[in-house]
Design a protein around this ligand. Sequence first.
Ligand SMILES: [Zn+2]
Ligand SMILES: [Zn+2]
Length: 426
Amino acid sequence: MSDSLFYESVTACDECDLLHRIPPLKAGERFKCQRCGHVLLNVYEQANGRILGASSSAILMLMLALSFSFLGFSSNGAERTVTLYEIISTLIAQDFLILSIIVCLALFIFPIVYLSSVLWLVWSFHNHNVSIELKRSLMRWVVAVRPWLMVDVFLVGILVALIKMNSLADIDLGLSFWAFCAYVVLLIKTIGLVDRRWLWNKVAGSGPNHVISEPLASARQQSLIGCHFCGATLEGKAHHCSRCGHSIHSRHPRSLIGCIAFLIAAAIMFVPANLFPIMLTTFVGNTEPSTIMGGVFLLWSLGSYPVALVIFLASIVVPVVKILSLSWLCWQCYFPSERDLHQKVWLYRITEVVGRWSMIDIFVVAVLAGLVQMGNLISILPGSAVLSFAAVVILTMMAANMFDPRLLWDNAKTVTPTTNAVDGKE
Ligand SMILES: [Zn+2]
Ligand SMILES: [Zn+2]
């Protein structure tokens, strides 16, 4: 198999379960589901070299981001400069261990696992001594940590924190801050270049072949199961995927009940997240607690309208809309309405994409608490709501991961093509 050609025999759409026979694709081509428009496969030009370059540069930039001063802060003659590592260690010293673990996982541990696994896998294409079991384990890590990479959200959180502090102090951006920006860009670039089906195909070969009938039907209708993890298609009696080893189900057995349980837990946690203060600010001896909405009103009154709007959207609107949307989608699986299926799928995709951006306020508090520590002159501490709000975001993300969108299509009677099978170069 050449680098520029992809051949996967048969695959089922991750979102609507429609079976497709993917034609041989050249570099620069992509393949979309003919029913729901979900992109099933992207084959990038010179993907190996570009992934190697982007992922190794991202790791290098992360090392630089940890080596020098990250942010400097001065107020009324007092100064403090911190490294990225000191932001985390300050949180630990203040006994906010869970918050520091969340920041470490999102910022360093998951990205390092992702980047080093991708790097090792692409390198293994040219080194045949790497065992298939090790490659499978690395691939599983790549797929599993992918939804939890939030470095871009953290970067926006830093920018919001800087705007928040603008009226109280002078902020200096250190050398590591710029290295961190490069790390974020390169990590996002790597994520964009790694196509799950393409990589599985390169690592473990194409999945089992099947004869599929025309017109196209869902995998379930043809007694097959599409593996959600690697994209292979297997016989309906199989319990594990023969390519990736992951357990497979025609539909996730506890999808709706699990999703509803996570949503109820998120809705419960949303109450303390908004009732209790998310941040405690001490300024010249006076300590003032502020809730999420209190912070939004304060920013609005200070004229920081865009930042107030970002926090309001990310911390209030997105979690509420996500809980309501996913609840409605679960309801639609039990009692399907005549409403256009494409609208339901569009809603599902939006909730999946925007949900992680609710972490902005958590990261704002983490950055400020790690940076602004000058005793009674000016200090910021995380409030008791910070963990309940982090729980809301994580629970809604788990609810979205639990929801099986294939359930929405089980009552679809006809296949209505929305796209060309191969829509050419990007
Ligand atoms: Zn589809
Ligand atoms: Zn699989």
